[in-house]
Design a protein around this ligand. Structure first.
Ligand code: NIG
Ligand code: FE
Length: 453
């Protein structure tokens, strides 16, 4: 028997599924809404009043609003004709065959009353570095006293990570995962990159894989000490290791490959070697680029068809045009500019050009030690020229695009019932009330993750 949960009395439901009669453009807002989840998936979304008459009668009204997997609901992008007409596209191939269920199966086993508050999809944090030892609070304090951020600080975390035990790293990771859940993040990516030897990188991707399927192999984070010493083998020899033995050890645990294409890290040519080798090993491509100055990261990412290029702080006109014409998501990381006192990227420029923008935390001990997507939304709105609606979309649907996930990031039939209840009447409050813990309850696949009594 399927398990059915009715979430009702939702004052403002952000679905990220625009449809006729909904508000907020790409946010697809339904007011005074209800959502039915069956076996962890969204089965129906609509007015709460519609369920008063009984779910079986309400269901057929809403099912046709389902969009096909891969439908393009990015802000600024035209929607398909069938969708615009509320069309009759099929559900995603693995969606629940609701119409095959007996009417009794749709009677809720549980009713969750949202008390008129706002609900949004769970945050999708598409960029973090959560497996590491130590911290760099002193480096942060020195930076706030005027010292600039440099990529080389990564090496001090490498030292602390290499000496930490598996159990220490696991305990730390578990605490971070709890921290993410409590702040409304229901899907997250984790990168390696603080090991930088075959064994140490393998350990990091393996530990990351214990808590998420979105694992990124970042052996090309920086060149480690032992390769840089005057008589060391050098950067190109390290790239050989990253594309050879290290990749072979890490690829079985990873879904993605990444490279830090930046002054002080890897050149475009070295990054290309790493990314192409990763792709040949079956990994998807993501890139750290254009963080500390203008560079070739964005161009390389677009050329390789990367899912995402992250940071995008220093962009040329050609970079913006290339992103707008591509499927590569521009992932902005507001916590980095906050914590490094670099200038903020101009999200408006990217959005107006038609690029897809995601927001992620980049949680790491050096450049951005926050795991809070609400904080990132508030900064993006205040300092990167995003509207609250654009920022909420970027932190949910945008993150899902950056991870090429079609099962999360929106609340429409067939997708995972990942919901965040806000202690607020509207999604706007995430930016309007910065620093206030507005996340009240969090559900993933319909089950409570945090905050539920
Ligand atoms: O995404 N840019 C490269 N890597 C991290 C910083 C890591 C660190 O400083 O430890 C980032 O910002
Ligand atoms: Fe990063």
């Amino acid at each position: 028997m399927p398990r059915t949960i009715l979430f009702t009395n939702i004052g403002e439901l952000t679905t990220n599924d625009p449809a006729p009669g909904r508000e907020g453009g790409p946010l697809g807002i339904v007011r005074d809404a209800a959502l039915l989840a069956v076996d962890g998936r969204v089965a129906w979304v609509g007015p709460a009043a519609a369920v008063a008459a009984g779910l079986p009668t309400a269901l057929p009204i809403a099912l046709p609003t389902a969009t096909p997997a891969g439908g393009d609901s990015r802000p600024g992008r035209a929607r398909g004709a069938a969708e615009a007409s509320g069309g009759d596209d099929p559900l995603p191939p693995d969606a629940l065959p609701l119409d095959a269920l007996e009417p009794d199966a749709l009677k809720p086993d549980e009713v969750v009353d949202l008390g008129g508050r706002a609900v949004i999809p769970g945050f999708v944090d598409s960029h973090s570095h959560l497996v590491f030892g130590g911290d760099r609070a002193e480096e942060f304090a020195a930076r706030m006293a005027g010292r600039p951020y440099e990529a080389g600080g990564i090496r001090s975390t490498v030292q602390a990570t290499r000496t930490a035990s598996d159990e220490e790293l696991r305990a730390r990771l578990a605490a971070f995962v709890d921290e993410l859940h409590r702040q409304g993040t229901t899907t997250f990516e984790i990168k390696s990159g603080y090991g930088l030897s075959v064994e140490a990188e393998e350990r990091l991707v393996r530990l990351a894989r214990e808590v998420t399927e979105e694992v990124t192999y970042l052996g090309a984070h920086v060149v480690p000490f032992e390769y840089r010493e005057p008589d060391g083998p050098g950067a190109d020899a390290y790239v050989e290791l990253v594309t050879g033995e290290m990749l072979a050890a890490c690829a079985p645990h990873a879904k993605w490959v990444d490279a830090f294409c930046e002054r002080g890290a890897f050149t475009a040519e070295q990054s290309r070697r790493v990314l192409e080798a990763g792709r040949a090993a079956g990994l998807g491509v993501r890139v750290h680029g254009n963080q500390l100055g203008p560079g070739e990261g964005v161009r390389l990412a677009v050329e390789l068809g990367a899912a995402s290029v992250d940071h995008c702080t220093y962009l040329s006109e050609a970079d913006v045009a290339a992103l707008a014409a591509s499927d590569t998501v521009a992932t902005l990381l507001p916590g980095v500019e906050f914590s490094t006192r670099q200038p903020y990227p101009d999200a408006r420029r990217l959005l107006d050009a038609g690029a897809t923008v995601a927001i992620a935390s980049d949680c790491n001990p050096g450049s951005s030690f926050t795991s809070s997507m609400p904080f990132c939304i508030a900064v993006a709105v205040r300092d990167m020229r995003m509207t609250p609606a654009e920022a909420v979309w970027a932190a949910t649907a945008g993150g899902a695009r950056a991870l090429r996930r079609e099962d999360v990031g929106a609340l429409r039939p067939g997708l995972s019932a990942d919901l965040v209840e806000l202690d607020a009447p509207s999604h706007v409050h995430l930016a309007y009330r910065p620093g206030v813990p507005l996340v009240r309850r969090v559900f993933r696949a319909g089950a409570p993750l945090a905050g539920a009594a």
